[in-house]
Design a binder for this molecule. Structure first.
Ligand code: SAM
Ligand code: CA
Length: 247
């Protein structure tokens, strides 16, 4: 992230904690949330997966524990049963979802990388949740196109979590709006994109942050202008925009 006035050194520090992409005023406040209400209530399997993920070189990609708790609560609130996840990595958000669904709940989970999914899979299996997951290795877009062509999947998903290639979010949205049911929810993750959405274009930014920034800005504009959804952008994790399909 490269917000005005913040040194690179400070940023490095802020990113040392796995999944710490908090947009809160201070690290202390974020730690307070984690220590007071997230870690004490984190299911053992999620803790185990979080610790395994922390040792992986790409651990910056994982969903943070507070966002995992949020997703778990949200899914229960909306009584989600049939869900989809685009972008699994080692499966922290997937596990948060699987724990929230009823025993006959389903998650269609997609990722181009099976290896990372398999890192977390033994923990998901041990928790007795693997039967809820239909994992597909490969790019998500062709799977969505196939489902739309099939015709059977229109308006069938209660919840869809999108946490993958940000340059495709608009393409996902074009398809997902058809697959989510009216009244169902799509959650687009990282919509505040390390705070870069408000950084001036010439601000110093990590390469990947700069690359995806314009796509995130475009997505945010498109979602705000889409009359088929109601939206709510939350500063949880790196920002999540919830979209409730209304027509
Ligand atoms: N939700 C995950 C979690 O809780 O740990 C984090 C997902 S990580 C930020 C993004 C993932 O998207 C990566 O595992 C990457 O392999 C995957 N990905 C990238 N491009 C993709 C594509 N076209 N289709 C499906 N997955 C993709
Ligand atoms: Ca994310």
């Amino acid at each position: 992230m490269a917000t005005n006035g913040e040194s690179e050194q400070n940023q490095t520090h802020r990113h040392q904690e796995v999944g710490h992409k908090s947009l809160l005023q201070s690290d202390a406040l974020y730690q307070y949330i984690l220590e007071t209400s997230v870690y004490p209530r984190e299911p053992e399997s999620m803790k185990e997966l979080r610790e395994v993920t922390a040792k992986h070189p790409w651990n910056i990609m994982t969903t943070s524990a507070d966002e995992g708790q949020f997703l778990n609560m949200l899914l229960k609130l909306i009584n989600a049963k049939n869900t989809m996840e685009i972008g699994v990595y080692t499966g922290y958000s997937l596990l948060a979802t699987a724990l929230a669904l009823p025993d006959d709940g389903k998650i269609l989970a997609m990722d181009i990388n099976r290896e990372n999914y398999e890192l977390g899979l033994p923990i998901i299996e041990k928790a007795g949740l693997a039967h809820k997951i239909d994992f597909r290795e490969g790019p998500a877009l062709p799977v969505l196109d196939q489902m739309i062509e099939d015709g059977k999947f229109h308006g069938t998903f209660d919840f869809i979590f999108v946490d993958a290639d940000k340059d495709n979010y608009i393409n996902y949205h074009k398809r997902l709006i058809d697959l989510v049911k009216v009244g169902g929810v799509i959650g687009y993750d990282n919509t505040l994109w390390n705070g870069s959405v408000v950084a001036p274009p010439d601000a110093p930014m990590r390469k990947y942050v700069r690359y995806y920034r314009d796509f995130v800005l475009e997505l945010n504009k498109a979602l705000a202008a889409d009359p088929r959804i109601e939206i709510c952008m939350l500063p949880v994790g790196d920002g999540i925009t919830l979209c409730r399909r209304v027509s």
